[in-house]
Write a protein that binds this ligand. Structure first.
Ligand SMILES: [Fe+2]
Ligand SMILES: [Fe+2]
Length: 330
C-alpha cells in the first residue's frame, strides 16, 4: 500500500522520514493531547508507525522498521495515548477467577446501540460505511493478536493458537476471516485492497486498530493483548447475529453475509477458549498479570464504544442503550 496523506505535522514528519525526504536533522516533539483517540494527526502517525510491523508501504525501505528516529518518535506518540488509556480503562481486579471478572466487565458495559441499529434501520449506504470503517482492522483480522503466540507458554499458547487457527481459516485461505470480510466488502461495492480506506477514516477508527497494535508489538503488554482478544471474542456472537440479519434485510446472500454468520458460530466457542484457556491459564502462570488482562479488555470495550458512537452520531441515530450492545468481532 501507499503511505496515506498526512493530516498534520506529526504524520507529515513521519512520512518525510520514511521516504527519506527528511535528512534526519529536523526534530519533532509530540505535545500533549487531551483526547488522543480523536486526534487525527496523532492516530494516523501511530497507524503508519505500527504498519511498519505488518505489511509496510510500497515506497518505504523495509529497514525503516528499525530506524531509531522512527522508534523514538513512535514512543513519543504512544505517551499521551497510553496515558489516556490508563486514565480511562484501568480497573481494580478482585479475587474472582479472571474469566468471571471478564464476564462481569462485559456485562456491565453499557455501549451505544450500533448492532440493533444496523439490524433494523441502517440504509445500504450506512451499512457500507460501517463495513468501510471496519475494513481498516478486518483486512488484517487476527494479525495483531498473533504477535502474542511466541510470547506465551503451555496451555495459554495452545489456546491462542487454537483461536488464531480458526481466524486464519484452519489452513484454507478462502475461509480466513479477512477473506470472508472481503466478500462482504465486494457485495457493498467497496475496494477490498488492504489499507485502501485508511486515508478516509477518522481518528477513532484508526484508534480501534492502534490499541491492538500497541499491545501487539510491545512484549510488556502481552497480558493486555490477550485480555483485548478475550473482550473481542466475548462481545462478538450477539452483535454478529444482528449484523447478519441487517445484511440479509438489505439483500445480502448467505455468502455475502457469511463473515457475520461465521462469527456467530465460531465466537461462541472462541469466547470460552479466550476467557478460560487463554486468560485463565496465563493468569495462573503469571498472577501479577491479572490487572493488565482486565485493562486490555476494558480498552477494547472503550474503543469499540467510541467507534459505535461516532457512526451513530454521524447518522443521527439514537446512541443511548438501556442494555449493553457490543460492536466487536474477534
Ligand atoms: Fe474472526
Ligand atoms: Fe473469533
Amino acid at each position: 500500500m501507499q503511505l496515506p496523506p498526512p493530516r498534520g505535522p506529526l504524520s507529515a514528519w513521519l512520512n518525510d522520514r520514511l521516504t527519506g525526504s527528511d535528512d534526519g536533522d529536523r526534530t519533532i516533539v509530540v505535545g500533549p493531547s487531551g483526547r488522543p483517540f480523536a486526534d487525527d494527526d496523532l492516530q494516523l502517525a501511530l497507524w503508519v508507525a505500527y504498519e511498519l510491523q505488518y505489511r509496510g508501504f510500497d515506497e518505504v525501505d523495509p529497514d525503516r522498521q528499525w530506524d531509531p528516529s522512527v522508534i523514538a518518535f513512535r514512543t513519543q506518540l504512544e505517551r499521551p495515548w497510553i496515558a489516556w488509556l490508563e486514565a480511562n480503562c484501568r480497573i481494580r481486579p478482585t479475587d474472582e477467577p479472571v474469566a468471571e471478572q471478564l464476564r462481569a466487565l462485559i456485562d456491565a458495559d453499557d455501549g451505544p446501540r450500533l448492532a440493533p441499529y444496523l439490524r433494523r434501520h441502517a440504509s445500504t449506504e450506512q451499512f457500507r460505511e460501517f463495513v468501510l470503517h471496519r475494513s481498516v482492522y478486518q483486512l488484517k483480522e487476527a494479525d495483531p493478536h498473533s504477535f502474542g503466540i511466541p510470547r506465551l507458554d503451555g496451555a495459554a499458547k495452545a489456546a491462542l493458537v487454537e483461536i488464531e487457527a480458526d481466524e486464519y481459516g484452519g489452513g484454507r485461505w478462502e475461509r480466513m476471516h479477512s477473506e470472508l470480510f472481503r466478500t462482504t466488502m465486494r457485495w457493498l461495492e467497496l475496494d477490498d485492497t488492504y489499507g485502501y480506506y485508511v486515508s478516509e477514516v477518522p481518528a477513532v477508527t484508526l484508534a480501534v486498530s492502534n490499541v491492538m497494535s500497541l499491545f501487539a508489538i510491545h512484549r510488556r503488554w502481552t497480558a493486555a493483548l490477550i485480555g483485548h482478544l478475550a473482550a473481542l471474542e466475548m462481545t462478538s456472537t450477539h452483535p454478529n447475529r444482528q449484523y447478519a440479519a441487517g445484511a440479509a434485510r438489505l439483500g445480502a446472500s448467505p455468502a455475502q453475509a457469511r463473515y457475520f454468520t461465521e462469527h456467530v458460530e465460531a465466537d461462541a466457542v472462541h469466547e470460552q477458549i479466550a476467557a478460560h484457556d487463554l486468560c485463565g491459564s496465563y493468569v495462573r502462570q503469571h498472577p501479577d498479570a491479572l490487572a493488565d488482562v482486565l485493562f486490555g479488555a476494558r480498552c477494547s470495550l472503550a474503543l469499540d464504544n467510541l467507534f459505535a458512537k461516532q457512526l451513530l452520531t454521524r447518522w443521527n441515530a439514537p446512541a443511548r442503550n438501556p442494555r449493553r450492545a457490543a460492536t466487536a468481532t474477534g
